[in-house]
Ligand binder design. Structure first.
Ligand code: 5GP
Ligand code: MG
Ligand code: MG
Length: 180
């Protein structure tokens, strides 16, 4: 049986919504000359975030998805990132915003931005709802960050623990409890 755990609320649904309004305002300002922004969600963890974010973006957007998976020991800086599902659309000459749930070691975001840059977008920006700077192994930073968090394993708001808890409306930290 799985080890029992509880979830401690770290960021409330209300705080997330307020921060997304601010982030959307910044993005709208920075991309005011863009005809139609291509918003790329990294599956699966960003699906709730991207849904809320695009509804705050008062501008034409196109939504696409990409799924990446990392393999190997996460403590090795040589960790391999594979593309499981690629974009449907072309991004050459387009303004693109990559939406990630969490930047942790940085391998995923670094790999994905390198890959997408080979397709010659006019502009490539990145946004992460959460950032764990203390865990970084690759020198990468999202252009827009929702919240910096400590080194905790978090769930909710799209983010899972063994495919559970994605549907929690808030971000919580997993805390393991004793069996007894
Ligand atoms: P990175 O390549 O930056 O190490 O990994 C980023 C990915 O690892 C995130 O998009 C997320 O899928 C996963 N990840 C990192 N930290 C956490 C966490 O605290 N909880 C969960 N559920 N996934 C995490
Ligand atoms: Mg992710
Ligand atoms: Mg996951």
């Amino acid at each position: 049986m799985a080890r029992p755990y509880v979830i401690d609320e770290l960021i409330s649904a209300k705080a997330i919504a307020a921060r997304i309004e601010e982030l959307a305002r910044d993005i709208r300002r920075d991309f005011r000359d863009t005809d139609k922004l291509v918003v790329v969600g990294l599956l699966r963890g960003s699906f709730v975030f991207i849904a809320d974010l695009v509804r705050e973006l008062d501008m034409p957007v196109e939504v696409d998805f990409l799924e990446a998976s990392s393999y190997g020991n996460s403590t090795e800086s040589s960790r391999e990132v594979r593309i499981l599902k690629d974009l449907r659309g072309e991004i050459q000459g387009r303004d693109v915003l990559v939406v990630e749930d969490i930047v942790d070691t940085g391998h995923t975001l670094s790999h994905v931005t390198k890959l997408l840059n080979t397709r010659a977008p006019a502009r490539l920006a990145t946004i992460a709802l959460l950032d764990k700077p203390s865990r970084r192994e690759v020198d990468v930073k999202a252009d827009y960050v929702g919240f910096e968090i400590p080194d905790e394993f978090v769930v909710g708001y799209g983010i899972d623990f063994a495919q559970r808890n994605r549907n929690l409306p808030f971000i919580g930290a997993v805390r393991f409890t004793e069996d007894a």
